[in-house]
Design a protein around this ligand. Sequence first.
Ligand SMILES: Cc1cc2nc3c(=O)[nH]c(=O)nc-3n(C[C@H](O)[C@H](O)[C@H](O)COP(=O)(O)OP(=O)(O)OC[C@H]3O[C@@H](n4cnc5c(N)ncnc54)[C@H](O)[C@@H]3O)c2cc1C
Length: 509
Amino acid sequence: MYLYNHRPAGALLSPLTFCLAASVWVTAAAGTTQSFNGCNELADAGFQEILLRSGSNAYTAREQSYWAANVALRPSCIVQPRTTEEVSRIVKVLAKCSGPVALRSGGHTQWAGANDVPNGVTIDLGRMTKVTYDARTKLASIQPGPRWGDVYGDLLKHRVCVPGGRDGNVGIGGFLTGGGNSYYAGLHGLACDSVANFEVVLANGNVVNANAFTNADLWKALKGGSGNFGIVTRFDMYTFPAKDIWGGIRASLRSEGDKLAQTMVDFTNDNEKNPEDAYIINYAFNPSSSPDVLVAHVVVDTNGVVNASAFEEILKVPVVMNDVKMRTMENMAESYLLPGNQRQTWFSLTFENDVRIIKKAGELHDKLAVELKSLIPAGSFSTQCLFQPLPTLFAERSVQRGGNVFGLDRVKKNALVWLITGATETPAQQKIMHDKLSAFSNTLEAYADSRGLDVQWQYLNYVDETQNPLKSYGKSNVDFIRRVAAKYDPTGFFQKRVVSGWKISKVGA
Ligand SMILES: Cc1cc2nc3c(=O)[nH]c(=O)nc-3n(C[C@H](O)[C@H](O)[C@H](O)COP(=O)(O)OP(=O)(O)OC[C@H]3O[C@@H](n4cnc5c(N)ncnc54)[C@H](O)[C@@H]3O)c2cc1C
């Protein structure tokens, strides 16, 4: 039995003294050891108004608001700061308690443990949703809690835009500290490279800015280093004039897959000539809507050029669905929302830009679809096997903007990011899906390895919890992240206590 809302004698001490004096409480009845995890201490420190306790309707609604059904872990309480100052005070209280803490911005990460924690405190930044624009500096200031669809809408009122998520529901904090692939990557690099300044709450509660001139090491480390250093409470981003874009989804029969695979390779190699264009292909299987695998593909010209020349060969491929049109970025993002409330399994790897990889993945996906049909009822699962360009151009943009910690500048050839996703309904189905996608990933990696096409880099925002994205950044970046984490968080609060997400202390040698 967990006893977070019961008080033993001595609870009238000040919350912080109480935490320190009695950080471990042995419950006689259960004979188990329980930590004082901070919920009562937050209440005593005056945060009742923004504290959601297990059992309340608001708590339940918030736990149900995660995108993936497998990630809500039932914390003892959720605290929802509204301001940077509240984040700072919350961190100060929790730093003096024991028990695990999780950090959540949008709550879109799909693996359990990324953004919630059992029997602990989840700091939920979802009420920090301010988006402002300064016409003098041309910077947009974005708090971590809104959704990209909201951000595009708010900035459109000022006729500006920033590189952000392609699905309007995706969150800000995880996306921007983990990278951020957008339709604008050819022009501006990963979205984190458009962050001019991070406002950060450190483990001691101090609020600092991190930019090219102040705390420049922290600025660089936060671009890919995720939640290892502090809590970002504001992202100040470079903007560009908002233009209507030409783009949308098309879908072809599986028989067109090889042709589309070649167009992806050619597009990626030519992306330097057409940096305003973006392309994704997706072998998708959703047996409840189609008995066959389809090859969906997204084309976008961010300058709003209709039928832009980069898409000439792609547009010749026959389609069974076409939703490409002129639209705002906000409309594009809000038009394609991946459904939530399903149990999600994702794996991601990176390969050289070679058509053999895409064709092999397509074949493996065909086989996967057949196998899954015999294991999971048709209405209870779907899969997607996607490829996205990762040309050397993206890393060049990053270097121009001050650099990040991904280490992509080491990759001297154009590459492709591969992502496979599997949505299921039940834990047993998810176990089947996880085993299958893990095997798929291993097979594809071995295939690439045997042909010298493997790229040792993993995109942190896409990978499964069994993968090791921080390590894939390379030794010098891992060492740099370790040094920056130790400098700004000398007590290791964001390693030992804030347990959610990818931790540099767990990367291994
Ligand atoms: C439907 C869907 C579409 C997607 N589309 C894209 C896409 O187009 N491009 C792309 O690149 N990715 C995409 N992603 C992946 C997405 O980038 C990640 O899921 C990302 O982590 C979401 O951010 P979040 O704020 O919801 O993170 P959360 O799940 O809330 O947080 C995850 C972790 O990020 C860190 N973190 C979060 N907020 C902060 C903060 N304020 N300060 C410090 N650390 C923080 C913490 O370690 C936290 O544990 C998509 C995901 C989904 C589910």
